[in-house]
Design a protein around this ligand. Structure first.
Ligand code: NAX
Length: 329
């Protein structure tokens, strides 16, 4: 039997946590033959709720769930973790400016980045879900870097929900099954500036761009619908996306861990300079995963329209990075 993998999850008492933990314990993330140990982090005031979630996990009698711990100490939660899902974050409160949100979260992600950098498994794969996820991942990466153990490339942010949302819109538009689409990309920040890009997308070998053949729909319907989907869910549900976010987190880590079988998946990863994105900026790129590593898909032509979109989402990320510069000294 395989040795259990330690999976740290932060924000374990939150709504995404409630959709996520049961699926991890059921083997949907790391494989149906992979035992797991859950290391759950949440704030002191949420510990009682975490205990409740653990009681329910216990009551599922999952064969793969070997052990669980709950803690409010990041150094304990990330100890020897091979996968870390950073879901917990400070939500934007009433009257809070974007820059307050950034700096409040910067504090959380410097602490957690330091804990990962010192105590996690040196190959720990980190996925940041908590918003603003690209910049939070950047902060955790930069902080962890100081300890020289966990490589910068292991710090990723979740663009997969945007990728899945884009797939769903394409399926609706064309009437084709969602799993017929290959080679979709979402570039940039997990924010309304992201650029979902179906120029390279195929369905059963046919060009989706040719099938749709409607640039106005791309510009005026598709891109804004995907970009504003999070807000539309809040408007309808009175709560932000949770089950679909948990599902995307499972997809992201599963493909990274087990491989994407040659298929493109969107991941927010620290740029290596690809497509002119400055090194280190955590940016949504089309990636292919194999043997536990991701590679950014190279050599895609970027036309003028796409370059404008990429520049816009990049400018936002550079502004976010500048906003937290002083905290990273
Ligand atoms: P909830 O407010 O339901 O839960 C958050 C949990 O995190 C709470 O239990 C809270 O006590 C905990 N927490 C807060 N600060 C913490 C810290 N420093 N350490 C450990 N735990 C901490 O939020 P939920 O709906 O679960 O969303 C979590 C995060 O995901 C939010 O930041 C949200 O914006 C973000 N999202 C990101 C998405 C993406 O695609 N990247 C989509 C969904 C979601 O909006």
């Amino acid at each position: 039997a395989k040795a259990p993998v330690r999976v740290a999850v932060t924000g374990a008492a939150g709504q995404i946590g409630y959709s996520l933990l049961f699926r991890i314990a059921a083997g949907e993330m790391l494989g149906r033959d992979q035992p797991v140990i859950l290391q759950l982090l949440d704030l002191p005031q949420a510990q009682k709720a975490v205990q409740g979630v653990m009681m329910e996990l216990e009551d599922c009698a999952f064969p793969l769930l070997k052990e669980m711990i709950a803690t409010d100490d990041p150094n304990v939660a990330f100890k020897d973790a091979q996968v870390a899902l950073l879901v917990g974050a400070k939500p934007r409160g009433p009257g809070m400016e974007r820059k307050d949100l950034l700096s409040e979260n910067a504090k959380i992600f410097t602490v957690q980045g330091a804990a990962i950098g010192q105590y996690a498994d040196p190959n720990c794969k980190v996925l940041v879900v908590g918003n603003p996820c690209n910049t939070n991942a950047y902060i955790a990466m930069k902080t962890a870097e100081k300890y020289g153990r966990v490589p910068a490339k292991n710090f990723t942010a979740m663009l997969r929900l945007d990728h899945n949302r884009a797939l769903a819109q394409l399926a609706k538009k064309t009437g084709r099954p969602v799993d017929s689409f290959k080679h979709l990309a979402v570039w940039g920040n997990h924010s309304p500036t992201m650029y979902p890009d179906y120029r390279f997308c195929t369905s059963n070998g046919e060009s989706v761009k040719d099938l749709i053949n409607d640039e106005a729909w791309n510009r005026d319907v598709f891109i804004p619908t995907v970009g504003k989907r999070g807000a539309a869910i809040i408007e309808a549900r009175g709560l932000s996306s949770a089950a679909s976010a948990a599902n995307a987190a499972i997809d992201h880590v599963r493909d990274w861990w087990l491989g994407s079988n040659g298929e493109w998946v969107t991941m927010g990863v620290p740029s290596d300079g690809s497509y002119g994105i400055p090194e280190g900026i955590v940016f949504g790129f089309p990636c292919v995963c194999e043997n536990g590593e991701y590679q950014i898909v190279q050599g895609l032509p970027i036309d003028e329209f796409s370059q404008e979109r990429i520049n816009k989402t990049l400018a936002e990320l550079e502004e976010e990075r500048n906003g937290v510069k002083d905290l990273l000294r």
